[in-house]
Design a protein around this ligand. Structure first.
Ligand SMILES: Cc1cc2nc3c(=O)[nH]c(=O)nc-3n(C[C@H](O)[C@H](O)[C@H](O)COP(=O)(O)OP(=O)(O)OC[C@H]3O[C@@H](n4cnc5c(N)ncnc54)[C@H](O)[C@@H]3O)c2cc1C
Length: 497
C-alpha cells in the first residue's frame, strides 16, 4: 500500500519548496535526501566557531513588490535574519584597476553608472528601465501563453550579449554592468537575456545577506513541512525508481528499502534521475539521449578563508575583481590562471566591525579536476592550494593585508559539488541554457511517466529566485497554476502557528 502521496528526491531548495507547496495543499509528502544534512547548495559547514556558506551567499528583491518577496512570503521565509546589503554599493566591480559601485534602486543605479559613463546616460536609463519592466513581469512567467517584450517566453529567445552590445557603445560599460554576475557563467554565445536580466534586476532592486547562512532557509522549510505532516529523511539515497504499467510505483533507498508513493518529484540532475530509471520504462531513448547530451554550466572553486580575529573589516557588499578586461567568456574559465573572483563576507555574529571569514569564488571547469574524479591524493591537494593562492593573490589587489590575516584556508571544487549534491560534473547551475536552442535546453517538469515530475535549477532559471519559480511550475502540473497564483498573491503561511 502507498504510504505517501508524494515522494520528493533531494532536499535542496527546490525539493523542500515543492514539499512545502504540496503539504500546504494537503498532500502527505516525504522528502528523501542522500546526505546527512538537508539543503543541497544551501548547506553550510562549520570549522570551530566559524560557519561557512557553500552554494548560497546573497539574494535580491526581498522588499514588498520586488521579485522574490511574494515567493518568500508564501514560503514563510521573510522573517529569517536577512540583512540588507549597502544601498550605496551592494556590489563593487573592479575592472582594469578601477572600482565601480552598484547601488540599490533602479534610479540610483542609473545615476551612479551615468557618473562613471556620462556619455552613455540615456542608454543606461533605458537599460535600467528595461530591467525594471522584466522584473515587473515576473508574475507573467507563471502564466502560459502570455507573451510580450518583457516576459520569459520572449526574453529567453534573445541573446544577453547581443542585447548589451546593441544597447551600449562603450565596451567598458558593458563589462562593468556584467561584472557583478560573472559567476553565473556569462557565455556570450549562449546566455539568454531572460537569465541575465531577471537576476541582475532582482539584485538592483535590493540585495540581502542571511545572518547565519543558507542552511537557515532549508531548516525553516523543513520545520514547516513537518508541521504540516510531511517527512524529511536524511541519509536516504535513492538508488532506483520502480515503474509498473507506465506509472512510477516506488523508489529504492540505499540499495535496499522500497518506499511506495502515488506521485514522485525528482530534484536531482535530470541525467542522474534517468540513470536510475530502468531502460524498460516508458522513457523514450530519444529523450534519454537528449538529456544525456546536454551541456552543463561550469563549476565553482571556492577558497573559504578563516581569518585571524579583528583583522579584516566586514564589508556589507560583494567585491568582484578582474585581472582580465571582460567578465564574458574568458573570466577565469577559458583562460589559464585565476583572472576573476567574487569575494563574499560573512556577517559578524555579534554585529562587530570585523568578519571572521570570507569566501572567494572563481569559475572552474570540470576538466581541471576530472583526473581526480575517482580518487584524490597529494596532487589534488597541491592543485587546490595553488588555486587558493591565486585567488588570494588576485583579491589582495583590493584587500592588501589579506594574506597576513589568514588563519586557515578550506577549499571546494566541482568535485565537492558532484559528491555533495550529485550535480553533473560539479556544475554550479546545472544544464546550460542556450537562447538559440531554447526548445532543446529548457526542460519541462513533465516526463514521459505521468506521475514523475522534475524540478530544480536544471529546468529553467537557476539561483534562489529561479528555483523558487520553478517549484511553482512543477507543482502546478498537479494542483493547477490558478490556485497557486491566488495563494501566492494572497500571501503568507496558512498552517496553524
Ligand atoms: C558556489 C555556488 C554559489 C551560489 N551562490 C548563489 C547565491 O549567492 N544566490 C543564489 O540565488 N544562488 C546561488 N547559487 C545557486 C543556487 O544555490 C542553486 O541554484 C540552488 O540552490 C539549486 O537548488 P536545487 O534544489 O535545484 O539543487 P541542489 O541544491 O543541488 O539540491 C539537489 C539535492 O538532491 C540531493 N540528491 C542528489 N541525488 C540524490 C539521490 N540519489 N538521493 C537523494 N538525494 C539526492 C542532493 O544531495 C541535494 O541535496 C550558487 C550555486 C553555487 C554552486
Amino acid at each position: 500500500m502507498e504510504k505517501y502521496d508524494v515522494i520528493i528526491i533531494g532536499s535542496g531548495l527546490s525539493g523542500l519548496e515543492c514539499a512545502y507547496i504540496l503539504s500546504r495543499k494537503g498532500y502527505h509528502v516525504c522528502v528523501l535526501e542522500q546526505n546527512a544534512h538537508i539543503g543541497g547548495c544551501l548547506q553550510t559547514f562549520r570549522r570551530g566557531k566559524t560557519t561557512f556558506d557553500t552554494g548560497f551567499h546573497y539574494v535580491g528583491g526581498l522588499e514588498e513588490g520586488q521579485s522574490l518577496h511574494a515567493l518568500f512570503r508564501y514560503f514563510d521565509l521573510l522573517d529569517l535574519p536577512w540583512q540588507k546589503m549597502d544601498e550605496d554599493g551592494f556590489s563593487e566591480v573592479i575592472i582594469q584597476g578601477k572600482s565601480y559601485m552598484f547601488p540599490s534602486g533602479h534610479e540610483r543605479f542609473a545615476d551612479k553608472m551615468a557618473e562613471y559613463f556620462p556619455h552613455q546616460r540615456q542608454q543606461i536609463v533605458n537599460y535600467t528601465s528595461f530591467l525594471k519592466k522584466v522584473g515587473e513581469n515576473i508574475m507573467n512567467s507563471f502564466q502560459t501563453g502570455v507573451k510580450n517584450d518583457f516576459t520569459a517566453s520572449t526574453l529567453l529567445e534573445r541573446s544577453a550579449y547581443d542585447f548589451l552590445q546593441n544597447s551600449f557603445d562603450d565596451p567598458l560599460l558593458i563589462n562593468v554592468l556584467s561584472g557583478a554576475s560573472f559567476t553565473m557563467e556569462l557565455c556570450a554565445e549562449k546566455l539568454p537575456l531572460y537569465v541575465f536580466a531577471q537576476i541582475n534586476n532582482s539584485f538592483i532592486q535590493s540585495a540581502w545577506r542571511l545572518k547565519g547562512g543558507g542552511s537557515l532557509i532549508a531548516e525553516k522549510l523543513a520545520d514547516n513541512i513537518r508541521r504540516m505532516g510531511g517527512e524529511v529523511h536524511t541519509n536516504a539515497k535513492v538508488t532506483r525508481f520502480n515503474e509498473h504499467g507506465g506509472l512510477m510505483k516506488s523508489v529504492c533507498v540505499n540499495n535496499g528499502e522500497e518506499i511506495a508513493g502515488k506521485h514522485f518529484i525528482s530534484s536531482m540532475h535530470p541525467a542522474l534521475t534517468l540513470s536510475l530509471i530502468p531502460e524498460t520504462s516508458n522513457i523514450r531513448n530519444i529523450y534519454r539521449k537528449r538529456i544525456n547530451n546536454m551541456e552543463n554550466t561550469h563549476g565553482i572553486f571556492t577558497a573559504h578563508l578563516q581569518l585571524k580575529p579583528d583583522t579584516v573589516p566586514y564589508l556589507n557588499r560583494n567585491i568582484n575583481i578582474f585581472n582580465g578586461t571582460s567578465p564574458w567568456n574568458d573570466a577565469g574559465v577559458r583562460s589559464s590562471g585565476t583572472t576573476a573572483a567574487l569575494v563574499s563576507f560573512q556577517m559578524p555574529k555579534s554585529g562587530g566591525a570585523y568578519t571572521s571569514n570570507i569566501d572567494i569564488l572563481t569559475p572552474m571547469l570540470w576538466q581541471e579536476v576530472a583526473q581526480w574524479a575517482n580518487g584524490r591524493g597529494a596532487a589534488y591537494s597541491a592543485f587546490k592550494a595553488q588555486k587558493a593562492e591565486e585567488c588570494v593573490h588576485l583579491v589582495s589587489k583590493r584587500l592588501p593585508h589579506l594574506k597576513d590575516s589568514i588563519e586557515r584556508i578550506y577549499t571546494s571544487t566541482p568535485l565537492t559539488y558532484r559528491d555533495y549534491t550529485g550535480t553533473y560534473e560539479g556544475s554550479a547551475y546545472g544544464i546550460r541554457k542556450d537562447y538559440s536552442h531554447l526548445v532543446y535546453t529548457l526542460l519541462s517538469p513533465q516526463t514521459q511517466i505521468p506521475n514523475l515530475l522534475l524540478t530544480g535549477q536544471n529546468l529553467n532559471l537557476h539561483g534562489v529566485l529561479g528555483v523558487s519559480m520553478t517549484s511553482f511550475f512543477t507543482c502546478a502540473k498537479w494542483v493547477g497554476m490558478e490556485s497557486l497564483i491566488k495563494e501566492l498573491e494572497n500571501g503568507g503561511p496558512v498552517y496553524p502557528r
